[in-house]
Design a protein around this ligand. Structure first.
Ligand code: FAD
Length: 513
């Protein structure tokens, strides 16, 4: 029997590791609330994770099985569980981030010591981080070259979900766990991720492995995991919801993606990022569907229909590009990818950073984006670029402040993409925005939200104000602002002045002053 360990692949279909385990059948599947991972999590992300797990659990239940849930250190839980269930092997899909790889190495060692086999699969991306390299054999740091190779490579077909008969039925799971003394509430009793000081439950004279308790399908409340319920309206989670979104997107919006994707008020993008983050939909399945849309594009009335489908595929390639950047450079999570001659002399004013986080900078498009983030755990891509530019080049604040806030608030936070996005905006990343190209937040708002519909959706103080005035807000006289929208803040900085300071800051870092 195989034990399948779900991590960032909360789905049963198009799941390579699970499909491979099913070929050997039968399978029991487990998710572990990893104490180390939870230490870096946030209310929003844990909420989103639990929603995804509920959908996954229900998918197993629909098949007559269930999802096992444990809380603690996977390196102690998995060997104990494999032993308790009499599993020969633990199977999982690879996670390419540095922390996950360290954790997996520990788990691998613990399983080896326990005499349990391991089997890890490449599943999360179409092309593994090692598979696309320059002709000299180096990883790519320029996206356009990477994309050309990515686009031309063969892609595997989606893999089917396991047959129901290959999944252990729910009664047997409970019986086997009970017999092994592992069945119990998902409480990790002392919550320290190890069993030190825990009771000798199995009476073998030591407490090793004794804190391992596994629940069958019973999801822990947020508080038990150490988190509070966030005040945020998240989209429905799970494979079913993701497929519905994908179908809706690929039957209409994808054909005008090129024209619509930069306009935050239009429903011009797929909104699949959280589903990708938690692996609720498989990359092969998504790609196969986009290929079908590409065929359909030839009969569509939209003038750029085929180019639009390809542009969407190019975003899937950005995801894989940043995955390989992180894989080859795990240090980018905290360090600049690009080294300047001198350290960048960030200004880091705490009050300005806080105003940015609250969406109270007096720059309407920036504030709308930051408030969308707080309300929905999501922000449109164009607006992410605008707010990230504003933090780094208008507030002259270190991108790490922005990254940390996004990490806490985004339901789709993905280390590779979030870091890639921030380092792009800060001109410190691979293939980043050149330091001298600084977004003007007023022009950006005017261009991408001309009628200020997106802005007024999230900034109610500006409802009823003429769009022209909204786009000029920071340049209006104080009295004009006070008359038009007395509740909305004055600009906290002067863009033209900050632009000059930003240029000087980067030139100093480049050793040019
Ligand atoms: P679509 O336009 O429908 O794109 C489809 C998918 O392609 C996305 O779901 C995503 O998986 C991928 N994708 C799209 N754009 C990018 C991109 N620029 N880089 C990498 N992958 C991309 N994306 C995240 O998934 N998680 C993050 O934490 C994240 N943080 C970001 C931070 C900053 C500062 C910036 C500028 C961008 C960030 N992005 C992040 C990328 C992008 O903004 C989101 O992927 C996108 O807005 C999600 O909406 P969507 O699913 O409708 O995108």
């Amino acid at each position: 029997m195989d034990l399948f360990w779900h991590r960032r692949d909360l789905r049963v279909a198009d799941n390579l590791g699970l499909a491979t385990a099913a070929e050997r059948g039968p399978i029991a599947s487990v998710f572990v609330f990893d104490t180390d991972v939870l230490a870096h999590a946030s209310d929003v992300r844990v909420r989103r994770l639990l929603d995804g797990l509920e959908a996954l659990r229900d998918a197993y239940r629909d098949r007559g099985s269930d999802l096992l849930l444990a809380h603690g250190d996977p390196a102690s839980i998995l060997p104990a569980l494999a032993e308790g269930l009499d599993a020969d092997r633990v199977v999982w899909n690879r996670d390419y981030s540095g922390l996950a790889r360290e954790r997996d190495a520990r788990v691998r060692r613990a399983l080896a010591e326990a005499g349990v086999e391991r089997d890890a699969h490449h599943d999360a991306v179409l092309h593994t981080p090692d598979s696309i390299r320059t002709n000299a054999g180096d990883p790519y740091s320029v996206y356009s070259y990477y994309w050309k190779k990515w686009r031309d490579r063969e892609v595997d077909d989606p893999v089917p979900a396991p047959d129901d008969a290959d999944l252990l039925d729910d009664n047997r799971l409970s019986d086997d766990l009970r017999e092994a003394g592992l069945l119990g509430p998902n409480d990790d009793r002392d919550g320290d991720g190890n069993d030190e000081g825990d009771d000798d439950r199995d009476g073998d004279g030591n407490d090793e492995g004794d804190d391992v308790r596994v629940a069958v399908g019973e999801l822990p409340p947020m508080e038990v995991l150490g988190f509070g319920e966030p005040d945020v309206e998240l989209q429905p989670a799970g494979t079913h919801a993701a497929r519905e979104r994908l179908d809706a997107f690929l039957s209409e919006a994808v054909f005008s993606y090129v024209d619509d994707r930069d306009y935050p008020i239009r429903e011009g993008t797929s909104r699949l990022s959280a589903a990708f983050k938690y692996g609720e939909i498989g990359p092969r399945e998504v790609y196969a569907e986009t290929e079908r849309a590409r065929e359909a594009a030839t009969d569509r009335p939209e003038p750029k229909a085929e180019a639009s489908v390809e542009e969407f595929q190019a975003q899937l390639a950005w995801r894989e590009f940043y995955t390989q950047v992180l894989f080859h450079n795990p240090e980018v999570v905290t360090e600049n990818y690009k080294t300047y001659e001198e350290p960048i002399d960030w200004r880091d004013d705490p009050e300005e950073i806080e105003a940015w986080k609250r969406g109270e900078t007096g720059y309407p498009i920036v504030d709308a984006g930051m408030r969308q983030l707080l309300a929905e755990g999501y922000m449109h891509n164009r607006v992410r670029m605008i707010v990230a530019s504003f933090l780094t080049k208008d507030l002259l604040a270190d991108w790490r402040h922005g990254y940390a806030h996004f990490r806490d608030r985004l339901a789709d936070h993905d280390t590779a993409n979030d870091n890639g996005g921030w380092q792009w905006a800060a001109s410190t990343g691979t293939d980043a925005q050149p330091y001298f190209r600084i977004f003007n937040p007023m022009t950006q708002g005017e261009r991408y939200d001309p009628d200020a519909e997106y802005i007024t959706t999230y900034v109610p103080e500006l409802r009823g104000v003429e769009p022209d005035l909204i786009h000029e807000w920071p340049d209006l006289l104080a009295v004009q602002r006070a008359n038009a929208a007395p509740e909305y803040p004055d600009p906290i900085v002067d863009h033209a002045e900050r632009r000059e300071r930003a240029l000087a800051m980067y030139k100093r870092a480049r050793g040019e002053d």
